[in-house]
Design a protein around this ligand. Structure first.
Ligand code: GLN
Length: 202
């Protein structure tokens, strides 16, 4: 007899919209726990890096001595999903970062911070998301976009219309997923479900 165990998925809880991600993951039927220390990281089979502010997250992760453990787990194949600031954290290269700003990395992409411009603080748009059968209503808040992807990085969604048409806003590379928008702020859990499937596969 085989029993499917419920995966435990962590949410990096240094800063940002942690609670919203915990709730969305629980809605998807997994156990969701906060990750603040290297020990917490040992107990999870996947990690969500929330939206918030990547410069603050990087500083806190450095203070809490989490940058190296995070890099090690991701290099070791742990699935991870970053939304907005989390997307920045998973990028191998960033543009318009602050002096010395480091990322965890993992996804072969170049991400520009606050890319949609200062005057466009936040906006919503329907994006067609590869693998989802109807468009996803995406909420963008001081969002980054992806300027370049490496050949192993699959583009899942781009902006359809307007000045930013064609800009990449969701990608996947193996078991790593990133969106420039915030699915945790909408009731639509399809992106979280997509990630839970990546965790179950891994
Ligand atoms: N602009 C933020 C950053 O650089 C990201 C914004 C967000 O996560 N809503 O981290």
């Amino acid at each position: 007899m085989t029993t499917e165990t419920t995966p435990v998925i962590g949410v990096l809880a240094l800063q940002g919209d942690v609670r919203e991600h915990l709730r969305a993951l629980e809605t998807c039927g997994v156990r969701a726990v906060t990750v603040r220390h290297a020990d917490d990281l040992e107990r999870v089979s996947g990690l969500v890096i929330p939206g918030g502010e990547s410069t603050t997250m990087w500083r806190l992760a450095t203070t809490f001595e989490l940058m190296e453990p995070l890099r090690k787990r991701i290099e070791g194949g742990m699935p991870a999903y970053g939304s907005c600031a989390g997307m920045i954290m998973l990028a191998d290269r960033i543009l318009d970062g602050i002096d010395g700003q480091e990322t965890i990395g993992g996804i072969d992409m170049t991400v520009r911070r606050n890319a949609f411009g200062r005057q466009v603080d936040s906006f919503e748009a329907d994006v067609s998301f590869h693998g989802l059968d109807t468009p996803y209503h995406a909420v963008f808040i001081r969002a980054p976009w992806v300027e370049r992807v490496g050949e192993d990085c699959e583009v899942l969604a781009s902006v359809a219309t307007g000045a930013a048409a064609g800009r990449i806003v969701a990608v996947r590379q193996g078991h790593l997923l990133a969106t420039a928008f915030h699915p945790e702020l909408t009731g639509d859990t399809r992106v979280h479900r997509y990630f839970v499937e990546l965790v179950k596969e891994a």
